[in-house]
Structures are given as structure tokens and as C-alpha cells.
Write a protein that binds this ligand. Structure first.
Ligand code: PEP
Length: 260
């Protein structure tokens, strides 16, 4: 099964609007002619408009880093008294196509849970947005050899009740928490083993064809120097990139490393 690699940049709480525009304008020519890898940038909410304008006419897609989901009268509320929050419809209106959900920083600092991510996945699809669902174990969990069990619980929780045709459109980012922003990367074999496990969990939840269709990104200190080896693994279908996505040359080099 061939899956088109997908590399997304998670800018986190970085980049003022002018920096964001500059980065995108540097990135565009570097990615000219690259059609075999999908690319997206996920800026802060305040930079979405600027980045959407800068991306006009380019194949680079726009993502957001969160969404607010609340059910009201049997539907997802798209507006209302939720101070400080943004709905799926608002992100759609801002030209967003992807939304990062369940990033470990949101789980750690903002109490995000698998059930909450699950609701957000559903609210994304209600507005034709596509989720990038993040899962991954802490160092303590890895040391206790709980990695497979932890990611299985996360996948089952985040995808509960999501039909196969929607699951196929989702991207999963396997991000070992101990590798995020630490400079410590999972070895290609460590990452491949977890990706294969995630795919087997998906096959048991859905079927092999569905599991084979879902793209699974690796995230955690991926950079130009280690991207090719990671992306060469059979079950690694791209990357979710934090630090290295803030420099156009580094982000472009990672995307180019995904060209088969
Ligand atoms: C991330 O936060 O999704 C991430 C992978 O960060 P970094 O690349 O900086 O480790």
C-alpha cells in the first residue's frame, strides 16, 4: 500500500505575523516542484490569516493547533459564549484544512484527554477539517515497557466511534513525549516498531485496508540529519515537526527527505 508522505510543521506558540509570512515566503520556492510529499504549516491562531494569504496559490496546506468542541442540542456549537475559543467553522473560514489534536503539550498543560480528542475529531469532520491525532508515551512509560499499551489506549480512545471512511482521512502522529523538543530522537527501529503496532491496532479496530490507508507521522526531534532514515521505515509516512519547522531550509530539507 503506498501512502503519500505528509510532513507538517507545528509552530507551537512561536512566530509573530511578520515572521510567519517571511518563513512561508522562504519556504515556497524551496518546495517548488515537490509533488510527491504533502506539506502543511500549523501557525498560531493570530498568524492564520497572514499565512493563508501567503500560501495562496501554493500546494502547502494550512493547519491549526487546536479547536474548541462543545456539543449543544445534539450538534457541535460553532459560536456562542465560549470566551477565548475557536470553533471548527471558524477555522474552516480561516482556510484551515488540518488540525493538530491531542498534542502531548496540550495533554500535559491543558488536561486534554483521549475522550476530549475523540469529540474534537468528530467536530473536525462535521466541518470537513482533517485531524492530526497525536499519541505517544512518556519516558517512564517506555522504561516500564508500556509503550504499546499506552498508544493502544490512546488510539482506541481517540478513534472511538469514528467510521472507517473518516479514519482513513485522519493522520496519526506518533510522538514519544521524551523525544519532543529534547534533541533525543527515537531510533528508526524504535519508531518503526511503534508505528507497526499502531497499524495493527487500527487493523483490529477497522480492517487491514483501512489501517494500511492511514498515514502515521513520526514526531520528536526530527531534523534534516535524521529525517531520511526515519522516513525510509515502511510504516513511517511523514513527520510532525516542531523546532526544525521554524527554519525554512530545515523544514524543506525534511520534506525533501520524504521524496521517494
Ligand atoms: C512536536 O512538538 O510536535 C515536535 C515533534 O517537536 P520537536 O520536533 O521540536 O521535537
Amino acid at each position: 500500500m503506498s501512502r503519500k508522505p505528509f510532513v507538517a510543521g507545528n509552530w507551537k506558540m512561536n512566530m509573530l505575523r511578520s515572521d510567519a509570512e517571511k518563513l512561508v515566503n522562504e519556504l515556497k520556492p524551496l518546495l517548488e516542484g515537490i509533488d510527491s510529499v504533502d506539506a502543511a504549516v500549523c501557525p498560531t491562531f493570530t498568524a492564520l490569516g497572514k499565512v493563508a494569504d501567503a500560501l495562496a496559490g501554493s500546494k502547502i496546506m494550512l493547519g491549526a493547533q487546536n479547536i474548541h468542541t462543545v456539543e449543544k442540542d445534539g450538534a457541535f456549537a460553532q459560536n456562542g459564549a465560549y470566551t477565548g475559543e475557536l470553533s471548527a467553522e471558524m477555522l474552516k473560514d480561516a482556510c484551515v484544512s488540518w488540525v493538530i489534536l491531542g498534542h502531548s503539550e496540550r495533554r500535559q498543560y491543558f488536561g486534554e484527554t483521549d475522550a476530549g480528542v475523540n469529540a474534537k475529531v468528530k467536530s473536525c469532520f462535521a466541518q470537513s477539517l482533517k485531524p492530526i491525532v497525536c499519541v505517544g508515551e512518556t519516558l517512564a512509560e517506555r522504561d516500564l515497557e508500556q509503550t504499546n499499551a499506552v498508544v493502544e489506549v490512546q488510539i482506541r480512545g481517540c478513534f472511538a466511534g469514528i467510521p472507517a471512511d473518516q479514519a482513513k482521512e485522519c493522520v496519526i502522529a506518533y510522538e514519544p513525549v521524551w523525544a519532543i523538543g529534547t534533541g533525543r530522537t527515537a531510533t528508526p527501529q524504535q519508531a518503526q516498531d511503534v508505528h507497526a503496532h499502531i497499524r495493527s491496532v487500527l487493523a483490529s479496530m477497522y480492517d487491514k485496508a483501512t489501517a494500511d490507508a492511514i498515514r502515521i507521522q513520526y514526531g520528536g526531534s526530527m531534523k534534516p540529519g535524521n529525517a531520511a532514515e526515519l522516513l525510509a521505515q515502511p510504516d513511517i509516512d511523514g513527520g510532525l515537526i516542531g523546532g526544525a519547522s521554524l527554519k525554512a531550509e530545515d523544514f524543506a530539507a525534511i520534506i525533501k527527505a520524504g521524496v521517494k
